[in-house]
Design a protein around this ligand. Structure first.
Ligand SMILES: Nc1ncnc2c1ncn2[C@@H]1O[C@H](COP(=O)(O)OP(=O)(O)OP(=O)(O)O)[C@@H](O)[C@H]1O
Ligand SMILES: [Mg+2]
Length: 273
């Protein structure tokens, strides 16, 4: 089963999607088959990785709706479930491996409401679904929405690790602390005692006095959880919100490229232990 990493911080705009999108490419150096699951109805990651995202017939919301309301342990249902997952998965082949995407759309927010009627069972079913769709991959990256809610909690709980991106402001750091203090202990208590914080990554770094002093607070707050690599605020990364794609393809040999190479290596080394 693939190693599952949820990118999470309920503060918006800290770089969860940007980091998932880019890591899916940079981590191909270490993992040959990577699955990206977009758990955010904003669907930014889906848009960035797949040009024809709007044409994909099935998305994560269809998988969740089917998986929650049917018993996927039953052989016949399991066959249908696998077919649905196959149809919802977009495979992209690169020289050094394969990135697959299970995308989302705004309809995920409606599905979430529909699923609420199943109450607590749904939470465990979603965890089970994430584990099932992750089976055939070496690594799975899950993008989560900027809120602490059932979908986020289920994605984090289903994972082996979480990575929390922060920007250097206290609200972003509080967002990461909330995930650490609320969602992680709940996951430990009820479902996944092995869930670990893989690290906290500073994004949109810039060499200002405020950033420098806030970084000291981040060091004190997160200690060794803080990745050594910071992702600097860069025009090249910002441009991806218009051009789609990843830094290694759009802007190779730039500072951002070097930083993502270093972050991917740190992530790989931390997982390897
Ligand atoms: N290092 C960076 N340099 C410049 N722009 C960046 C950088 N990281 C992210 N951005 C830009 O900041 C915005 C927010 O980033 P992103 O969407 O990745 O954050 P997010 O945490 O996923 O947001 P949300 O919480 O809404 O899902 C995007 O427009 C993105 O292009
Ligand atoms: Mg996002």
């Amino acid at each position: 089963m693939g190693i599952k990493i949820a990118l999470s911080n309920h503060k918006g705009g800290v770089g969860k999607s940007t980091i998932v999108i880019n890591l899916s490419s940079y981590l191909l150096k270490y993992y040959k088959k990577i699955l990206v699951i977009d758990f955010d109805p904003q669907a930014n990651t889906t848009w960035a990785l797949c040009e024809y995202a709007s044409e994909i017939r099935y998305k994560i919301e269809d998988i969740l709706r089917f998986g929650v309301s049917n018993d996927t342990d039953n052989d016949k249902v399991a066959e249908k479930f696998e077919e649905l997952v196959r149809q919802a998965t977009v495979d992209m082949f690169r020289d050094n491996g394969q990135i697959s995407l299970i995308g989302s759309s705004l309809a995920l927010s409606q599905t979430k409401l529909e699923l609420a009627r199943y109450e607590s069972v749904v939470y465990f079913r979603i965890i089970d679904i994430i584990r099932k769709v992750s089976n055939n991959y070496d690594l799975v990256l899950i993008d989560t929405p900027p809120s602490i809610e059932m979908l986020t909690a289920a994605a984090v709980t289903a994972s082996d690790y979480i990575i929390m991106p922060i920007t250097l402001d206290l609200l972003a750091m509080n967002g990461a602390m909330d995930i650490k203090q609320v969602i992680v202990p709940t996951a430990h208590k009820y479902y996944n005692p092995d869930l670990k914080v893989l690290g906290v990554v500073i994004n949109k770094w810039s060499k200002t006095n405020v950033a420098r002093s806030t970084k000291e607070i981040a060091k004190k707050t997160f200690g060794s959880e803080l990745f050594k690599t910071e992702i600097t605020r860069s025009v090249k990364i910002g441009e991806l919100a218009t051009t789609r794609g990843t830094v290694d393809y759009r802007s190779p040999k730039t500072k951002s490229d070097v930083e993502f190479i270093a972050l991917a290596e740190e992530i790989y080394k931390r997982i390897k232990g």
